[in-house]
Design a protein around this ligand. Structure first.
Ligand code: UDP
Ligand code: MG
Length: 364
C-alpha cells in the first residue's frame, strides 16, 4: 500500500484503496468554505484576506462560512464586522463551545455550494492549497484530504502521538492515510451529507466516506506554525481519538449487521459453555471429581450467561440498525449516479424518460 503511494506523483498521491476516476472531468460549480472559529481573534482578518484572494483566483462562486464555536475573545464581533463588508461571508454562531466537529458539521449543514472546503481558522493551513485540491476534485475525486508533510506543531505532544495514531488507524481500518488530523479537505457536498459527524469524528471523514465508496485522494499541503492565538488541544486528544477509532471500526465493519459481531461472540461463548460442562461431567465420570466444587461448572454457567447476553445484544443491535436505516431516512448504500431517472431519483415521466431503443448508430 505504501509503495503505491510513493510511486504516485508527489503533488497528488492517490490512496491505494481509491477507486479509479472513471470520469475524466467533473467541473465544480461553486465552493463553500467552512471555518471553525474558537477564540481566533487575531487570525480572522488575515485568514479572510488570504481565503478571499485564493477563492477569487479560482474564479467560481463561493461562500465562506465562519462557525463561531462559543468564542469569548471578541472573535464574534470581528466576524460580524467582516460579514457587514463582505457578502460572501456567512456566520453561524453557537450558543456555547461545542467543539470543532460540531462546528464543522453545522457549517457543512448550512453550506449551499457544490464543493465543501474545511479549513482551520488559525491560519496553519494555507488557502493557496485549495485551488489544486479543487482541481483534483474535478479530475474525478470525491474527497481530497491534506497531508501536512512538514507539520509545524510541537514534536512530543502532537507530532509523535499523531504519527502513532495515524499508523494505528490506518492499519485497523485498512485505509492508507498519513494525516487524519488535517482539517484542510475538499469534498463533494452531496456525499458528505450522507455521513453523521459528532464527538471528534471530523478526523474520520475520509474513512467514513471511503467506506461509502468515495474516491479519496491525499494531497500534500503546506502547514505553518501558529502565529496568533493558542492551540485548543494537547496530548489528551490522542486518547479520545483512539476511543473514537473503536466506534469507527464498529461502524465500518458491523453497523449494518450487528448480529455478525455479537452473534459470533455469543456462539463462541455458547460453545465454551458446552465444553466446560462436558469437562465437568467428564471429570465426574472418569475421576469422580465433585461437580459442584469444580470451577469448570462455574465457567460453564458464566459462559452460558455471556452467550445469552451477547445474542440478545445482537438482536437488539439488528432492531436498532433497522430503525436507524428505516426511519431516519438514512441509506445503507450510496448512489454515485442515476441514468434516465428524474432528478428526484424516481422513474419520473416514464414516457419521456425511456430513451429510444439503441440502433447501433447515432443520428447526425
Ligand atoms: N476549534 C473550534 N472549537 C474547539 C476547538 C477548536 O472551533 O472547541 C477550531 C479552532 O479555532 C481552529 C481549529 O478548530 O480553527 C483547529 O484548532 P487548533 O488550531 O487548536 O488545533 P490544532 O491545529 O492545534 O490541532
Ligand atoms: Mg491549529
Amino acid at each position: 500500500m505504501q509503495k503505491l503511494i510513493k510511486q504516485a506523483s508527489p503533488a497528488i498521491a492517490p490512496d491505494a484503496t481509491t477507486r479509479p476516476a472513471t470520469r475524466p472531468c467533473e467541473p465544480v460549480a461553486s465552493i463553500s468554505v467552512v471555518v471553525p472559529i474558537y477564540n481566533e481573534f487575531d487570525n480572522i482578518n488575515p485568514l479572510h484576506a488570504e481565503l478571499s484572494a485564493a477563492l477569487e483566483a479560482i474564479g467560481k462562486p463561493y461562500e465562506i462560512i465562519f462557525v463561531d464555536d462559543g468564542s469569548t475573545d471578541g472573535s464574534r464581533d470581528r466576524l460580524e464586522a467582516l460579514a457587514a463588508t463582505d457578502r460572501a461571508v456567512r456566520i453561524l454562531e453557537f450558543r456555547r463551545n461545542y467543539g470543532q466537529t460540531a462546528a464543522m458539521k453545522a457549517g457543512i449543514d448550512h453550506a449551499t455550494m457544490e464543493a465543501i472546503v474545511t479549513i482551520d481558522g488559525d491560519r496553519q493551513n494555507d488557502p493557496a492549497d485549495i485551488a489544486p485540491m479543487i482541481a483534483a476534485l474535478e479530475e474525478g475525486a470525491d474527497l481530497v484530504h491534506g497531508w501536512r508533510k512538514h507539520r509545524q506543531d510541537a514534536m512530543l505532544s502532537r507530532k509523535i502521538p499523531s504519527w502513532l495514531a495515524n499508523r494505528l488507524i490506518s492499519r485497523m481500518t485498512g485505509f492508507p492515510i498519513r494525516d487524519l488530523g488535517c482539517t484542510l479537505k475538499v469534498m463533494r457536498r452531496s456525499l458528505l451529507m450522507e455521513i453523521e459527524l459528532y464527538g471528534d469524528m471530523h478526523r474520520f471523514i475520509p474513512i467514513l466516506l471511503h467506506e461509502r465508496g468515495a474516491r479519496c485522494r491525499e494531497m500534500e499541503t503546506h502547514h505553518r506554525p501558529r502565529v496568533a492565538g493558542q492551540t485548543k488541544y494537547g496530548i489528551g486528544r490522542t486518547l479520545k481519538v483512539l476511543l473514537d477509532l473503536m466506534t469507527v471500526k464498529y461502524l465500518l465493519d458491523y453497523a449494518r449487521h450487528p448480529m455478525r459481531l455479537f452473534g459470533g461472540l455469543g456462539l463462541v461463548a455458547l460453545l465454551a459453555s458446552f465444553l466446560f460442562l462436558a469437562t465437568t461431567i467428564g471429570m465426574k465420570i472418569a475421576m469422580d471429581f465433585d461437580m459442584t466444587g469444580n470451577p469448570f461448572l462455574l465457567a460453564s454457567v458464566v459462559s452460558a450467561l455471556a452467550a445469552l447476553q451477547l445474542l440478545s445484544l445482537g438482536i437488539i443491535g439488528e432492531i436498532l440498525a433497522r430503525l436507524y436505516y428505516g426511519q431516519s431516512g438514512r441509506k445503507s448504500y450510496s448512489v454515485r449516479r442515476l441514468v434516465n431517472f428524474a432528478d428526484d431519483g424516481t422513474a419520473g415521466d416514464v414516457t419521456g424518460a425511456i430513451p429510444a431503443p439503441f440502433t447501433g448508430r447515432t443520428s447526425a
